[in-house]
Write a protein that binds this ligand. Structure first.
Ligand SMILES: [Zn+2]
Ligand SMILES: [Zn+2]
Length: 371
């Protein structure tokens, strides 16, 4: 779509998903801002397990149909402001979230915007520029405070999911909280809970995850490959083996869903944070659930208010954002980065740098490139 034929069409480098494990780095037209829209120059896009899933399947039922631009965790600079947009100007540093709720449906009216029936998703972070649709520009694009590296700000989306999951458990300071899973979201949950004053037990598989869990504030680490019985190993870390106050499952397997229920104390809360494949069934002891007065819940996605809190946490200084970004690569190497992720490399998140692979810190100085 050409909105303004007087502006010559510029080309940019972008990753285009064509199908199953088929991502091509191509030259496509730089998007132009329609009414209410923003065009951002992407400073950094972070890799995410969801993107790897999309890469492997070649599509995402709700979010992406090929051929399509993709990538959804990003921070950048406002490069063009559509007519009618207020609150942003060219050069502003922002995080644009990957979705925005409609504000009108049943769920939105009940403060459950994460379940919006018309949640609008946006993808296209693995590119030099990205279009931010009107609704996301209006509801879920946030100015990044000065001094906060854009690489850190790009963590807002996954961190918002973690903050949402943690808050959904109604935690109290001093609670013992187990997180099962040492992937990026598991580690974010561990860090969020530790910063909030919980005693965190991390249940992880690999040595690199154990090291990260400790660094991010876990008081104890249970290695699933060493422990003969993970549930007993976790319970042994609580007084009288009573069990944890809160157990958060962040692996997305039936087995770990069941373990989460078994390791929680009577009256405790279990959050099934990981989303298993459709059709997955688990087996739970109903007698224990009833007489143990156990709360089972799950958390999906985020809301605009939680995204703002997540960015505040990043900007606040205590949150170790830098710890989560373990690698950097130019956009041209995206396929290699996905291959490493699929191979279960030790990276937590890789910062994909568009253009010539400049670091975000350097980008801050080249605002003069904008018209
Ligand atoms: Zn993500
Ligand atoms: Zn809605």
């Amino acid at each position: 779509m050409r909105l303004n034929p007087t502006i010559p069409l510029k080309m940019m480098t972008a990753a285009v998903l064509h199908g199953k494990e088929d991502v091509r780095i191509e030259q496509v037209a730089v998007p132009q801002a329609g009414p209410g829209e923003l065009i951002l120059r992407v400073a950094v896009a972070l890799t995410c397990g969801t993107d790897l899933k999309v890469f492997r399947r070649g599509y995402h039922a709700r979010m992406i149909k090929p051929p399509a631009l993709f990538g959804h965790e990003l921070a950048g600079f406002v490069a063009e402001v559509g007519t009618g947009v207020t609150g942003f100007k060219v050069g502003d540093q922002v995080v644009a979230l990957n979705s925005a709720p409609c504000g009108r449906c049943y769920y939105c009216r009940r403060d459950q915007e994460n379940l919006c029936e018309d949640l609008l998703f946006n993808n296209g972070a693995y590119a030099e520029y990205v279009r931010i649709p009107e609704r996301i520009a209006a509801k879920n694009t946030i100015l990044v405070p000065h001094g906060v590296p854009l690489e850190h700000a790009a963590l807002t989306e996954p961190l918002a999911c973690a903050v949402h999951g943690f808050e959904d458990c109604n935690p109290r300071a001093g609670d013992t909280l187990a997180v099962i899973g040492g992937g990026p979201l598991g580690l974010l949950l561990i860090h969020v809970a530790a910063l909030a004053g919980c005693e965190v037990i991390a249940v992880v598989k690999r040595p690199s995850q154990a090291k990260a869990a400790h660094a991010l504030g876990a008081a104890h680490v249970v290695h699933t490959t060493h422990a003969t019985n993970v549930v007993e190993a976790v319970r042994a870390l609580t007084p009288d083996k009573r069990g944890v106050d809160i157990a958060i499952e962040a692996v997305a397997l039936a087995e770990t869903w069941e373990q989460a229920v078994e390791m929680v104390r009577n009256g405790g809360v279990v959050n099934f944070f990981g989303g298993p494949a459709a059709g997955t069934k688990v087996s739970l002891d109903t007698n224990r659930l009833h007489y143990g007065d156990i709360t089972l819940k799950a958390t999906f996605h985020h809301t605009p208010a939680i995204c703002r809190r997540a960015l505040e946490l990043i900007a606040g200084g205590k949150f170790k954002a830098g710890y989560f970004i373990t690698g950097r690569a130019p956009l041209s190497e995206l396929n290699e980065v996905f291959a490493q992720m699929a191979d279960r490399g030790n990276q937590i998140k890789t910062a994909i740098l568009p253009g010539d692979g400049m670091l975000p810190g350097q980008l801050a100085g080249d605002l003069g490139l904008f018209p």
